[in-house]
Design a protein around this ligand. Sequence first.
Ligand code: SF4
Length: 467
Amino acid sequence: MSPKNVVNPAALAEEFIQDEIHERTHDRHVWMLRVKRDKAALGIPEWEELRELASQIKEHALTHLDQYLEQFEANARKRGAHVHWARDAAEHNAIVYEILRSHGVRDLIKAKSMLQEECVMTPFLETRGIRVTETDLGERIQQLDQQVPSHIVLPAIHKTRQDIARLFAQAIGSDPNNDAPHYLVEAMRKDIRAKFLAAGAGMTGANFAVAETGSFVVCTNEGNADLGTALPPLHIASIGIEKIIPKVEHLAVFIRLLSRNATGAPITQYTSHFTGPRKGGEMHIVLVDNGRSQRLGLEDFWRSLKCIRCGACMNTCPVFRRSGGLAYGATYAGPIGVILDPTFDDKKYSELPYHSTLCGSCSAVCPVKIDISEQIMKWRRVMAAKGYMPLVKRTALRLAGKVFGSPVIFRGLAALGEGFLKYIPDFLLYQDKLNPWGRHRDMPEVPKQTFREWYRKERGNHASKKS
Ligand code: SF4
């Protein structure tokens, strides 16, 4: 049991896996993305060089961030954009609201932005009378269902087609029995078109902000960011300060990696460059810190700022695939969430670093070579040092340390465990409270011979003399 105000990912995962169909479908769909990603990566002979280059560009940009941010600001202003700086989420939301209020905007359409999620911007604006409509299909599904995104690239990946058909029937009056993707997309397209036309402003995030030009790039597959910025006269973009890259030529490296690593597609359908406001329009850029400069000063964790939000670490993670993204109880789910979320509130997210097998698959697929699994391990150390580890876990790990630290105790307990597993009746072995692990799995069969016995037999007494 987790203390109050501490997110308990195990309990949230338990809710998700209650429904086996959801668990299985989620696992299958997310793994499919990983398979497609591998195929796409294998098609590029210089893939590893690209990863290395991307990692180096990001490291360079982050270690010269002050300089590139100022360059970006100056160039964006030269192109006619208004540039604002937000220290935190509250400042970001206040700036956005003030721009909308002063322009008399009541209807806002927005493209997907994890930063705006991080700032909890939509509820902030809605309580002040602004109607906000998500225009990315997955985000819109989540908005209608009053849920946060469960995946940074595919916000509604934890839902089945049937879930969406039911939701759309309630929310927009479509046929609840028709779950054909084409029908559902068409129903949403019709519903949302009027909102595009009525909006007084469009908002986007940014995948990359280029210092040498003052422009930024938004990658989407639906064209919603383009329509949302082409129709209303006012465009507001929220950009995390870590999105800066020095030059346009660096974009090529990231664009080649991003969608291949995310979904296996060679490129996103739309890679839109925004350089100043469109003719007759107005553009505001809000550069947001919200804990990023503090993270930059964390010796063990600053490299998490290199993330380009491709989602591949989620798709490959055996825990994420089974638990679903909502189990992380935070803006960012999956392995990247495990290392980012505690930088916002280490106590609240103190159990997230244990929501991982430490298999290292996340680090292996990361296009910017973030040492994700190593950082997860380091977060565990931080949580233990801060005393956030629950008493039961602390005691169990202390005991484990003693057992593994002493060959005599280890051998004694191994022999005891062997007998225990062989002779204990099933109704006790699978007693729910004693052995929750056994709820969905059989205990392993006790081998006829332990490794030590095999080793002694095969190699003589050499091993036992040494130990
Ligand atoms: S940590 Fe790496 S793999 Fe995960 S979302 Fe970020 S860039 Fe992608």
